[in-house]
Design a binder for this molecule. Structure first.
Ligand code: ADP
Ligand code: MG
Length: 360
């Protein structure tokens, strides 16, 4: 495996404001990497530095091992797509897609061939003679993608390319974009604030906050093994419970939680450097299960008694707010299991393997 892009302690300051803190990242050749985080956390700034649209205040950017800080944008072999499609309105679709090839010493016949191939890849092979205004938003965004990939870029940079599309189209385009990326095998850096998008499309996710990296990991890791409270909350509903913890051998940590009692978690469930005597147990709301008091709790799970305080019907699932002693917990259970009402006494249970233990 080789590294396509390296960010080596890059910093971006705008006046006295630091938008990107010293940030290190290696992006593996051929992978789909997503920068995920709330608005203003520095995703676009980071992407624009990779693109060469912004100079880093400090640090180095390497593409395939070569420092590119001073290489102008048109000499970096990058494909870029923004949220707004930014097609040239007075050029035809063919001319728009061909634009990147203009300065590349490509014969006319070859241009025609490459443009056709790119338009076929985005499934709009017959639109060459039209103008952007004659295309729908989704079609324009595909053309913007065709324009970016026609040059066979070393890296494809995508800044919230789907967020201007309506919800259904956005989901279709997710799948399509991911398929195109896999077909081309092009290293891709994708920016989004949408957790679902990041989880569905990425090989690796970089969760950012205030210009810093909170966690880098696979979608499974950032979702199931969040390394911080921020990541746990940003990627869906989580319960955060105060616990006391103590080492119980090399691979296990013993945890005590009020009402639920004592149980063990594996050290793989404790983010590095996080172990301490007081900690927070993170449990996704979907991993907390409610059942009536007669039901036998599955082996290996820990249980407590709780009272349903509120019920939100969500369609495919139900969100319960339950009081367990002094703790207020959230459970999202799929419909099809028993439904409970406000005031019901229930068993609340979970598998300790589904927890992450954060230090205080
Ligand atoms: P994101 O893409 O994650 O929403 P940005 O990278 O666009 O965030 O912005 C990060 C921070 O840097 C924000 O606080 C933003 O206001 C600030 N910022 C971005 N560009 C500039 C600029 N040209 N001048 C001053 N501040 C900027
Ligand atoms: Mg942005």
């Amino acid at each position: 495996m080789s590294t396509a892009v390296t960010l080596d302690k890059i910093v971006k300051r705008f006046g006295s404001f630091t938008a990107v803190q010293p940030l290190n990242l290696e992006i593996e050749e051929g992978s789909f990497l997503t920068l995920l985080g709330p608005s203003g956390c520095g995703k676009t700034t980071t992407l624009r530095m990779i693109a060469g649209l912004l100079d880093p205040t400090e640090g180095d950017i390497l593409v395939k091992g070569q420092r590119v800080n001073t290489v102008p944008i048109h000499k970096r072999n990058l494909g870029i797509v923004f949220q707004s499609y930014a097609l040239f309105p007075h050029k035809t679709i063919f001319e728009n897609v061909a634009f990147g090839l203009k300065y590349r010493n490509v014969s006319k016949a070859e241009v025609a061939e490459k443009v056709q191939a790119a338009m076929e890849l985005v499934q709009l092979p017959h639109m060459g003679d039209r103008y952007p205004s004659q295309l729908s938003g989704g079609q324009q965004q595909r053309i913007a993608l065709a324009r970016a990939i026609v040059i066979e870029p070393d890296v494809l940079l995508l800044d919230e390319p789907l967020s201007a599309l309506d919800a259904n189209l956005r989901e279709d385009m997710r799948v399509e974009l991911k398929n195109i990326q896999e077909k081309l095998g092009v290293t891709t850096v994708f920016v989004t604030h949408d957790q679902g998008e990041a989880l569905a499309m990425s090989d690796n996710i970089v969760v950012m906050r205030d210009g810093r990296i909170e966690q880098v990991g696979s979608p499974w890791e950032v979702y199931n093994r969040p390394a911080s409270e921020f990541v746990a909350q940003f990627l869906g509903a989580s319960n955060l419970m105060d616990v006391s913890a103590s080492g119980a051998g090399a691979d296990k940590v013993s945890v005590e939680l009020p009402q639920f009692g004592k149980f063990e978690v594996d050290t793989t469930q404790v983010p590095q450097g996080s172990a301490s005597e007081k900690g927070k147990l993170v449990l996704r709301a979907e991993k907390l299960q409610l059942s009536d008091k007669k039901t036998k709790v599955p082996a290996g799970q820990v249980a407590a008694t709780g009272t349903v305080e509120a019920v939100d019907y969500l369609g495919q699932s139900v969100r319960y707010f339950v009081n367990v002693g002094a703790q207020k917990l959230q459970a999202i259970n799929t419909v099809g299991q028993a439904l409970f009402n406000q005031g019901d006494e229930v068993q609340v249970h979970f598998d300790p393997q589904n927890c992450t233990l954060l230090g205080d």
